[in-house]
Each structure stands twice: as C-alpha cells, then as structure tokens.
Design a protein around this ligand. Structure first.
Ligand SMILES: [Zn+2]
Length: 339
C-alpha cells in the first residue's frame, strides 16, 4: 500500500515520502505506536517507494511514492520480493539470532533486482537479546543500499543500544472518523462502522478484529451496567450489575478469553459514557452510538456534571487493571462501584 493510501498519519507519511525523494531517509529506523494503527503498512510503503518501478512524484512538493501496481510493488505487498526481507517471530514466539544472521548476510550483497535491500523486523521487541546484539554492528554501519525498519508497539523492550541507533517515527492513534472510513471502505455499514471505530481505542487492527456480534454483545453488557448503576446506586444493585457485566459468554472460557471479553466490554462502556456525557451536555455533535440515541437520552439525566468524566477515568483504570491480570470479577465489581 503506497503512502497516499495509508489512512491518517499524514504528517509522518509526508515526511517520509520527502526523505525518500531527497535520499535522506536514515538507513535504520524504528516505527513505533500502538498496535493496529498501520506501522507495518508504513514499512511496506517505504519498501515500495524504495523499489517501485514506476515511482510517482507528488505534484505539490518533493515527495516520492510507490505506484502500488507495478510488479515490484505487488510482490513487496505479498511478501514475495527478493530484496525485501521480513523477520517475524517464528513458532518459538521470538525472533532468533539465526534469523538475524541470515538477514545480515543477505544485505551484504547488492540488491538482487531492486534499488535497495530492505529488512523489516516486525514485532522487533520479540528479538531475543542475543539477536539484538547481533544486529548492533549492522545498525551502526548499515551496508550501502540497505534499509532497516524495526516495527514495534513496545520500543521500551529493545536494548538502549539498539534504540539509540535508530531514529524513531511514531504513529499515533487513529481518529474515530479515520477508522470508520477504513471500515466503510471495507464494506461496513456507516451505522455499524462508527460505533465499532469508537470502541476500538484508535486501532484499525482492533476495529477489524471486533466482529459485529462481539461488539453488539459488549455494548449490550455495557448498557446493562450503565442502566443498573444509573437507576439503583446502592452497592447491592451495583454488584448485581457487575456480575452480569463480567459474565462470559460460555461456561468453559479460559481466563484470557474472559479478560479479552471484559476488555471489549469496558471499551464499549467508555464509548457509551462518552456519548451519554455528550448528550447530557447538550452538544450538537451526534453520538458515536447514534442508533442508541433514545436510550442515551433516557440515561443522560443521571450523568450530568463531573459524574461522566469521573466514570470515564474509572473505566480507564479498570482497563489497566485487566492488562495487569487482575481477575475479571474483581475489576467488574470495582468499576461498578465507581460509576
Ligand atoms: Zn510500483
């Protein structure tokens, strides 16, 4: 996918496209940012711009972009181009020293058919320390006509020595509108795309993974909890609401699946709270869950003033607790008492 087709991140892609045109792109770079925002797509776009057979020049400025359709661009996108190597974790869940050594050996040769040898290390935080050390010297003095792109959502897991050799390009979260545009581009209904985008926490990857059914169930559970805490603020009613909210879909779910589900429900809760606050404040902006407009209006009276922002912050803390492996039941009870 060429730079111009990447949704969002315009400042970053423009900068990179210009650096490609001026041949000033640093030979080793770290592409960071949250999961599912397009880091790997950007790495592919860079590989295409460096090897495309029919480069496009931007009329408005000094920037180059791959065409996306020539043989090189198509093979780079499908992972079948000899001058673009992708290192990914294998069955062991890590990127091994052998994978790194093999890549280093290959970049020592002239490109086979393209202009640049590109090495994309995806999930670079999964490079074992010995593999990172093996990379160091190459990152310090990369062979001419080579380009290293280390892609990771967790740059802090890399050795300082690796990080210090790679200028960092950071991609931020995508806006709800941008994610919704990607989903509708893939055929999703606008009514469905916006609520999914709102609950996806800035990640297209997550938005795409969330099936409509999962999202619907998460939203119903979140709405149930909001109703029970809005109408009955005593502890007993809150804990009863929490029980339903934390209940998994099946009885034999693994804890990790329960946690995933609770995370989605908490995200749905955050999106609903945002909407309720919006309606309560009488803002003209339409809520992300526009199809629930009637229910949101019913709830709005209970969520005026500081209550909604406070509840929103509590949901954020609950999400952190889920990530720290706190039991889903404890998290649900805690959040229900803070709403
Ligand atoms: Zn091309």
């Amino acid at each position: 996918m060429p730079f111009r087709d990447i949704v969002g991140h315009e400042r970053v892609t423009t900068r990179v496209a210009r650096a490609v045109a001026r041949e000033t792109l640093p030979p080793c770079m770290l592409l960071t940012g949250p999961g599912g925002v397009g880091k790997r797509l950007l790495a592919t776009a860079i590989a295409q711009a460096l090897n495309c057979g029919a480069l496009r020049r931007d009329a408005s400025g000094p920037a180059l972009d791959g065409c996306g359709t020539c043989s090189a661009c198509r093979r780079i996108a499908s992972g079948a181009y000899p001058d673009v190597l992708v290192l990914e974790p294998g069955e062991s869940g890590a990127i091994t020293i052998d994978q790194v050594r093999e890549a280093i050996e290959q970049v020592g040769y002239r490109p086979f058919e393209g202009r640049r040898r590109v090495v994309i290390v995806d999930d670079a935080d999964l490079l074992v320390p010995a593999a990172q050390n093996a990379l160091l010297k190459t990152l310090e003095e990369p062979p001419g006509r080579s380009q290293f792109l280390l892609v990771t959502a967790r740059p802090d897991m890399l050795l300082d020595t690796v990080r210090s050799r790679c200028p960092c390009l950071r991609l931020g979260q995508l806006a709800v509108d941008e994610i919704a545009a990607i989903l509708t581009g893939r055929g999703a209904d606008e009514q469905v795309a916006r609520p999914v985008a709102a609950a996806a926490g800035g990640s297209v990857g997550r938005a795409v993974q969330m099936t409509l059914r999962d999202r619907q169930e998460s939203r119903e559970a979140a709405m149930g909890l909001l109703r029970s805490v809005s109408a009955a603020p005593d502890a007993k009613a809150r804990l009863a609401g929490a029980r339903d909210f934390a209940a998994g879909r099946g009885s034999k779910r693994a804890p990790a699946a329960d946690r995933r589900e609770l995370r989605e429900r908490l995200r749905a809760l955050a999106a609903l709270l945002r909407d309720v606050a919006l309606v309560a404040a009488g803002a003209g902006e339409p809520p992300a869950n526009a199809d629930l407009d009637g229910s949101l209006r019913e709830l709005a009276a209970a969520w005026t003033g500081a209550r909604a922002p406070r509840a929103f912050a509590a949901v954020g803390e609950a999400l952190d607790a889920v990530d720290r492996n706190v039991s889903p039941k404890v998290v649900a009870d805690w959040v229900a008492c803070r709403l």
